[in-house]
Design a protein around this ligand. Structure first.
Ligand SMILES: Nc1ncnc2c1ncn2[C@@H]1O[C@H](COP(=O)(O)OP(=O)(O)OP(=O)(O)O)[C@@H](O)[C@H]1O
Ligand SMILES: [Mg+2]
Length: 215
């Protein structure tokens, strides 16, 4: 089973979401994190995690070319959840992951530049849609949203105009715990279980389990 965390725009929270989701899901499932981020952010964070003996490190894979990724995806198994952290750029390797994933999650904030970035992503999805049967659907995750901002209707209707986008119910707000936790190789739940980031990530993993019909 493949979950791709994808957006060709940089810095939207792909690695942050992939990291926290992978740690949440590995409690119960066999999880592999595929690190295709050019900065290898999560591979390095996992090295910090290895030094924390109380924490189980993630199983991380990296691929340097599209054909190795394709072979990995072709051998995809139902009992392994692969979470693919894609780089913030457009490339063949990213496009393969988008087309073959069981679920594509696209984090996006409410900043105007990011919404423009989403338009470019939509254009890529339209092109990719020509290669497949049916409609290519991506789940947009509102991330890094100001905790004080209550009205998101305008943002939601902008996103839902596209036939390729559906919005996840869970919203991840701007929380300091994301940055603080990775310093120790932790997820936000491990860093501060009672915190708001922790509770939002819990909601996200529940929602994703429901979408993928995971037991
Ligand atoms: N909900 C959030 N609250 C606070 N900070 C966040 C949140 N989401 C992401 N960030 C911060 O934003 C920065 C960029 O996040 P991240 O590295 O996950 O983005 P990315 O999409 O993986 O970037 P790239 O495309 O360069 O790989 C990080 O410093 C991260 O801690
Ligand atoms: Mg990243």
């Amino acid at each position: 089973m493949i979950i791709a965390i994808s957006h060709q725009k940089g810095g939207v929270g792909k690695s942050t979401v992939a990291w926290n989701l992978a740690i949440a899901l590995q409690k119960k499932y066999n999880v592999e994190l595929v690190d295709l981020d050019i900065q290898k952010t999560l591979t390095y964070t996992n090295e910090i995690r290895r030094n924390q003996t109380a924490l189980k490190p993630l199983s991380i894979k990296t691929f340097n070319n599209a054909s190795d990724l394709k072979t990995y995806i072709d051998n995809d198994r139902d009992d392994v959840i692969s979470i693919v952290d894609l780089g913030g750029f457009d490339s063949t390797i990213n496009r393969i992951a988008i087309i073959t994933a069981d679920l594509v999650i696209t984090p996006v904030s409410d900043k105007n530049f990011e919404l423009l970035g989403l338009k470019s992503f939509e254009a890529i999805l339209s092109q990719l849609n020509e290669l497949i049967d049916g409609e290519l659907k991506v789940k947009v995750l509102l991330n890094n949203i100001n905790p004080q901002k209550a009205k998101l209707d305008e943002l939601k209707s902008f996103i839902e105009k596209s036939k390729h986008f559906e919005i996840l119910d869970t919203i991840l707000r701007t929380r300091a715990d994301y940055d603080k936790s990775v310093k120790n190789g932790q997820s936000v739940r491990e860093y501060n279980k009672e915190g708001k980031a922790s509770s939002e990530i819990k909601d996200l993993s529940k929602e994703i389990k429901k979408i993928l019909k995971l037991q």
